[in-house]
Design a protein around this ligand. Structure first.
Ligand code: PEP
Ligand code: MN
Length: 349
């Protein structure tokens, strides 16, 4: 249920509604809004919907009360009509803060895995020079095979922090276990929950208690609705700074690693106020197709991209076939500048 305040409703009127919600044993979340405040009211059982709707609708300053039919309440655009802009960086020293959402596009780039100090810093400098505004790199790697490179772990986090100091780029890195959230937060500017962990509910809840923004990737076998429900777990714990990421889904098509669900970009943006980015690297699994899908996603309205870059893809310890070399990434960024200008979006400066 959402309570939509009148334009010009006073602070006191809003507070009176919040108090009434709490007195009814319900939880409230206020979305400040540009024009008017919208108060999401959580925990209403079906039998009491009509009673509460009438009670809140008659309070001074309330324009109307609406029932939200979607099962995801906090992620829903219904409860929060204005797009959310997620801020990344600014708590740990060294990073230039970045914004994801609104007219601004976010360009997140870097290696699949942090393999060494040299490889990471070389890549970070190259993506920064090409115009990326966030650095990615995995220290804890979810690999299909237990025999594959599992990431450098804690040492990888230290390398990422050094790369932030050298380049000023805020760092996005994956966390796989609830008990690692605190440690990773000491080094990263944004947490990533990967496709495989999208439905790891203890991890989602723990990330929901973090102060860091979260990049939540869609599981390859999960529907958009599942992604939004996973996001709801995070938001319900208090963390509202979530960016959703489409990274390809599993279909019968096997000429690429996954199938790019470009539909998901406008669909998620229709259902949710949260920023949506696209990852053409995992979606295609093939560096030849990354640029095409990157441009398609921006044309479809994505708020940014996450792209894997490696100076020597043939030597990469993970996902080499889908990594762009820095020169190719730079060319793509030039093309994205032209495209974004035509679309009225802003590339990072
Ligand atoms: C990654 O971004 O490094 C990654 C493992 O991606 P995904 O979770 O989408 O497979
Ligand atoms: Mn990867």
């Amino acid at each position: 249920m959402i309570v939509i305040m009148e334009i010009g409703a006073t602070e006191q009127q809003t507070q009176d509604v919040i108090n009434a919600i709490h007195e009814a044993g319900l939880r409230s979340f206020v979305n400040p809004g540009v024009e008017r405040k919208v108060i999401a009211c959580l925990g209403v059982v079906d039998a009491e919907k009509a009673i509460f709707r009438d009670r809140f609708a008659s309070m001074p300053g309330v324009e109307r009360v609406e029932l939200i039919s979607e099962p995801y309440k906090l992620a829903s655009r219904h409860a929060h009509p204005d797009p959310t802009i997620v801020k990344v960086g600014g708590t740990l020293p060294g990073a230039t803060p970045a914004e994801i959402g609104g007219t601004q596009l976010a360009m997140i780039a870097g290696p699949c895995s942090v393999e060494s100090r040299e490889q990471t810093i070389e890549t970070a400098l190259a993506v920064k020079a090409a115009g990326a505004n966030l650095l990615r790199g995995g220290a804890f790697k979810p690999r299909s095979s237990p025999y594959s490179f599992q990431g450098l772990g804690h040492r990888g986090l230290e390398i990422l922090a050094e790369a932030r100091e050298v380049t000023g780029l805020p760092v996005v890195t994956e966390v796989m276990e609830p008990q690692d959230v605190r440690t990773v937060s000491g080094y990263a500017d944004m947490l990533q929950i990967g496709a495989r962990n999208m439905q790891n509910y203890p991890l989602l809840k723990r990330a929901g208690k973090s102060d860091l923004p979260l990049l939540l990737k869609r599981g390859p076998g999960c529907k958009v609705r599942d992604l939004l429900m996973a996001c709801e777990y995070v938001m319900l714990e208090g963390n509202r700074s979530v960016v959703l990421c489409e990274r390809g889904i599993t279909t019968f098509e096997d000429s690429t690693r996954y199938t790019s669900d470009i539909n998901a970009v406008p669909v998620i943006k229709h259902f949710s106020h949260l920023p949506v980015i696209f990852d053409p690297s995992h979606a295609t699994g093939d560096s030849r197709y990354v640029a095409a899908l990157a441009k398609a996603a921006i044309a479809a309205g994505a708020d940014g991209l996450m792209i894997e870059v490696h100076p020597r893809p043939q030597e990469a310890l993970s996902d080499g076939p889908q990594a762009l070399v820095p020169d190719r990434f730079k060319t793509l960024m030039g093309e994205l500048h032209l495209l974004s200008a035509a679309l009225g979006r802003k590339m990072p400066s």
